[in-house]
Design a protein around this ligand. Structure first.
Ligand code: PLP
Length: 223
């Protein structure tokens, strides 16, 4: 097994991320032994992108961890995470919101969510565009869904070396966040943008939640 200095990595990172920015430690594909190292340092916010892995790790780890679902979520899998998930980052359809509301209700919970906005060039990335988001907010649907609390927006920039392009996409999302928040008088608090490769740019552009995996846990190996 690779010897990753999770504690060192996390401490270094925590010095660079301002206190007002929430650091989500993205532990996908990584064993609970590594998550435990971050936990032992006092870290409590972890992110996963696969439902089954999230459920398994929740079962194995201490119950005061706040688990964030950061990946694309299928409606038929909401029921597995509804009892415990702390924040769902990537809500990308109205139907998904309805399902989260239903499953939250049956667990007597209100589940916090972020709406994912498509800001990247890549077609395969998910999320609402500006028009769809405006339509959604115009309907007052979010007031009706009593078991869902939308707290803000989430986005992923294009995978590119072009820093100006990434900066532009983050600035676009921050601007959209502000505009919608004001126009609809929303009690939003959270703008989730920035990963290992682009989090300093994201924070400069107004992010207050970053999702960081490889800088903490080392590179991921997929087979
Ligand atoms: C994997 C993942 C991250 C973290 O990626 P790193 O480059 O390892 O920091 C952030 N956000 C989402 C949605 C992810 O799937």
């Amino acid at each position: 097994m690779q010897n990753v200095e999770v504690a060192d990595n996390l401490q270094k990172l925590l010095k660079e991320v301002p206190k007002e920015v929430t650091l989500v430690a993205v532990s996908k594909t990584k064993p609970v032994s590594l998550i435990q190292q971050a936990y032992d340092l006092g870290h409590r916010v972890f992110g996963e992108n696969k439902v089954q892995e999230l459920v398994e790790k929740h079962q194995q780890m201490p119950k005061d961890i706040q688990w964030h679902m950061i990946g694309h979520l299928q409606r038929n899998k909401v029921k597995y995470i509804a009892p415990f998930v702390s924040l769902i980052h990537a809500v990308d359809s109205e139907r998904l919101l309805h399902e989260i509301n239903k499953r939250a209700a049956s667990n007597n919970r209100v589940i916090s969510c972020l709406l994912q906005v498509h800001i990247a060039e890549e077609e395969q990335k998910f999320g609402f565009d500006t028009e769809e988001l405006t339509q959604l907010l115009d309907q007052n649907l979010l007031d009706e869904l009593k078991h869902v609390e939308v707290k803000g927006l989430m986005g992923m920039a294009t995978f590119t070396e072009n820093q100006d392009k990434i900066k532009e996409e983050f600035a676009f999302l921050k601007n959209l966040y502000q505009q919608l928040k004001e126009k609809y008088n929303l009690p939003w608090t959270t703008l989730s943008m920035g990963m290992s490769g682009d989090y300093p740019l994201a924070i400069d552009e107004g992010s207050n939640m970053v999702r960081i995996g490889s800088l903490i846990f080392g590179k991921r190996v997929y087979n």
